[in-house]
Design a protein around this ligand. Structure first.
Ligand SMILES: [Zn+2]
Length: 100
């Protein structure tokens, strides 16, 4: 499976991570691969894909980190909003408020 995040193709693959059982997913920025743990419930896979897509989105947007490891809230919001829009999730949000 492939999805476009921030204009870049990303390949979605599985993995079977026995030595780190709590790891549900992984983003590999060097080759634009997202890995999602096998054998989880579909809802957990969907949440993990969202989590890893956010890692990819923020990496591609170049959000900067200061020496304390902190990032500017506005930078994060701009990057996440732009990324969610590009993923088509703004439509979901917009339609929710139109239904009310
Ligand atoms: Zn993470």
């Amino acid at each position: 499976m492939r999805i476009k995040i921030a204009g870049h193709d990303h390949e979605i693959l599985g993995f079977d991570q026995e030595h780190r059982p709590n790891l549900m997913g992984r983003y590999e920025p060097d080759n634009n691969i997202i890995r999602i743990k096998e054998g989880m419930a579909l809802s957990a896979k969907k949440e993990t894909l969202t989590h890893e897509a956010l890692h990819a989105m923020l990496t591609h947007s170049g959000v900067s980190v200061d020496e304390d490891g902190k990032v500017e809230m506005e930078e994060v919001v701009v990057a996440v909003a732009s990324g969610l829009f590009q993923l088509g999730l703004s439509e979901v949000l917009w339609n929710q408020q139109e239904d009310k």
